[in-house]
Design a protein around this ligand. Structure first.
Ligand code: HEC
Ligand code: HEC
Ligand code: HEC
Ligand code: HEC
Ligand code: HEC
Length: 439
């Protein structure tokens, strides 16, 4: 009797334990570490509502707009917005995230572009959303990513920055086009419960608000990402002041070069064998209205010093990283964020003991921008079908300094970026290549 009761107690205990463990595992994966790594904000919790074709037009397709807005269309077509869905990096990450619907609300934002309709989101939990097939889904339109209509079309009307246009389609003036409002919806991702980010991923907006470029300079996102241009807006129309639809960003090395100013110094212009020499590379966020790097938390800069001999053999090297480091497993915690705010600078130092018996040594100082780490890139290739050879590392700065008596000359002949050494950004300053920095 006693023995049997004991066995039953044991069984019950075991059962309880199994239940507790499965509850904890479930709780962990749904509450503490949810599938979606950011919080839901009302702006992007829903797709942009279904849009019908405005009177006078044949379709909502970008190509249709391109019939009359030729140049704008050609620009947009090369932009990352046009590739927000076909982008191989997006496709690979999306596959890793089980192709969860919420990503589409920014990458293919119109309901017309989405295969399912969301009827409800119980407890605001993305993975619990109730979905049905979208009968008006247009698969070709989905390929267009952030298409013209996503920014311009609402309720059969085309909104834009002018109050006097005469067009073969209904138009309406929206002053929001000349503010950051247009960009806010998608470039401000928040963090969710149990996610310990300061700023959610892809959250450029909060890093920008109230900062120098906006307050003192009156810059908005468009000032730097949609350069001004004077031209007819539509074929045959009047010449107007408008903006290019290119949105250069992290995939464009020239844009990243505009963000940073770099200068290298050494503690002695005459290196001596048997003695240490210290190089200092100063990196300034001289041209971005937000932190650099910004947005996607994978983005980072590396600052390197590499010592080589005459044969090119590496004798010493040092690598430092600037970015934000997030511990994704087992919980999402931002470990650190050492990115640079607008106009902030940082010194990177490297000390090398010069050997007595070597000649022809050079120190290379190098700054690179990374879309992803090599590890993530390999993971996306091996497990999530990342295809193509889109570059994911860009050389932003590289210069060799000889460790001999000509070092002083080499240091003094660095093209001086006028943004170095001044704490405030001057109007009309030019970069070393002679191009206007903005405008
Ligand atoms: C048949 C030619 C044609 C087509 C097709 C066309 N547009 Fe236009 N659009 C015009 C003309 C003409 C204007 C007026 C230009 C002006 O006043 O300088 C205009 C004006 C605009 C403006 C400025 C509105 C304002 O008042 O600020 C926007 C934005 C615009 N179009 C977007 C689009 C989009 C998006 C599409 C595709 C969905 C499209 N257009 C298709 C001819 C066209
Ligand atoms: C409907 C959503 C949406 C809106 C509105 C939007 N963007 Fe974007 N933007 C995106 C997405 C999604 C990407 C990333 C595409 C990719 O890399 O796959 C992106 C990428 C970018 C990039 C390039 C980043 C890179 O990695 O190169 C820049 C710059 C940018 N947007 C600026 C703007 C500006 C400026 C505005 C306002 C005028 C704006 N965006 C409005 C969704 C949006
Ligand atoms: C990410 C949002 C976004 C997308 C996508 C977009 N535009 Fe625009 N568009 C803007 C903004 C912002 C302006 C206002 C620029 C300014 O201040 O003049 C604008 C202005 C315009 C204008 C007025 C002329 C000008 O340069 O100001 C036309 C016409 C226009 N867009 C057509 C298009 C067409 C056609 C497409 C697709 C091929 C497109 N837009 C895609 C945001 C967008
Ligand atoms: C003063 C100029 C300036 C202003 C204002 C500005 N940016 Fe940028 N932005 C840059 C430069 C330069 C870069 C390239 C450096 C980089 O990618 O870190 C950049 C990079 C980006 C990127 C690319 C990040 C990536 O994926 O690599 C995005 C997205 C972006 N900006 C969005 C915005 C938005 C949204 C706003 C407005 C809230 C804005 N920017 C305002 C200059 C500016
Ligand atoms: C609130 C809008 C929003 C949502 C939701 C969103 N993204 Fe993005 N995504 C962006 C913006 C804006 C960028 C560009 C900013 C940048 O590059 O820093 C971007 C960039 C990316 C990039 C970088 C692309 C490249 O070329 O390097 C990947 C990958 C990506 N998103 C994947 C996803 C996935 C997967 C989801 C869903 C789990 C998702 N995004 C949900 C707005 C969004």
């Amino acid at each position: 009797m006693v023995r049997r009761r004991r066995r039953r107690t044991k069984l019950l205990l075991l059962l309880g334990l199994v239940l507790l463990v499965s509850f904890l595992v479930n709780y962990f994966y749904t509450e503490i570490r949810p599938t979606v790594i950011f919080g839901l904000r009302s702006d992007y919790a829903k797709a942009l509502p279904f849009q019908k074709v405005p009177v006078g037009l044949e379709s909502l397709r970008a190509e249709e707009c391109g019939r009359c807005h030729r140049e704008i269309y050609e620009e947009w077509k090369t932009s990352i917005h046009a590739h927000a869905y076909t982008d191989p990096f997006f496709q690979a990450y999306w596959k890793r995230d089980n192709q969860v619907w919420v990503c589409l609300n920014c990458h293919t934002p119109l309901e017309n572009q989405q295969p399912t309709l969301i009827l409800g989101i119980p407890q605001d939990r993305v993975e619990k959303a109730i979905q049905i097939r979208n009968p008006r889904y247009d698969a070709d339109f989905q390929q267009e990513g952030v298409t013209c209509a996503a920014c311009h079309v609402r309720d059969g009307v085309i909104y834009g920055p002018f109050d006097d246009s005469v067009a073969p389609h209904p138009t309406e003036f929206d002053p929001g086009f000349r503010t950051t409002k247009v960009c806010y919806r998608c470039h401000n991702v928040v963090s969710g419960p149990f996610q310990f980010y300061n700023v959610g991923p892809c959250g450029t907006y909060p890093e920008y608000e109230g900062e120098y470029f906006m307050k003192e300079k009156g810059f908005i996102c468009q000032s730097c990402h949609m350069s001004e241009v004077t031209r007819p807006v539509a074929e045959g129309g009047p010449i107007r002041q408008g903006r290019r639809h290119l949105w250069p960003g992290g995939h464009d090395p020239d844009m990243i070069k505009r963000a940073v100013a770099i200068h290298v110094q050494a503690d002695s212009p005459v290196p001596q064998a048997g003695h240490p020499i210290t190089f200092t590379l100063t990196l300034i966020n001289a041209g971005a209205g937000h932190k650099i790097p910004t947005g996607d938390p994978d983005r980072h800069f590396t600052v390197e010093f590499i010592v080589r001999d005459q044969e090119g053999t590496v004798l010493d090297q040092q690598l430092e990283t600037m970015g934000r480091w997030i511990l994704w497993q087992p919980v999402i915690v931002e470990v650190y964020d050492n990115r640079l705010l607008p106009l902030a600078s940082r010194d990177y130092e490297f000390t090398y003991e010069i050997p007595k018996d070597r000649k022809g040594l050079v120190v290379e100082a190098r700054v690179r921008y990374h879309i992803l780490t090599d590890g993530q890139h390999a993971m996306l290739r091996e497990k999530y079908g990342l295809k193509g050879n889109d570059p994911y590392v860009f050389n932003i700065y590289s210069r060799e300094f000889p460790l001999d008596s000509t070092l002083g000359v080499a240091l003094n002949t660095q093209p001086l970026d006028p943004r170095v050494g001044c704490s405030s950004f001057r109007e009309g300053t030019v970069n070393p290549t002679g191009h206007q920095i903005f405008g």
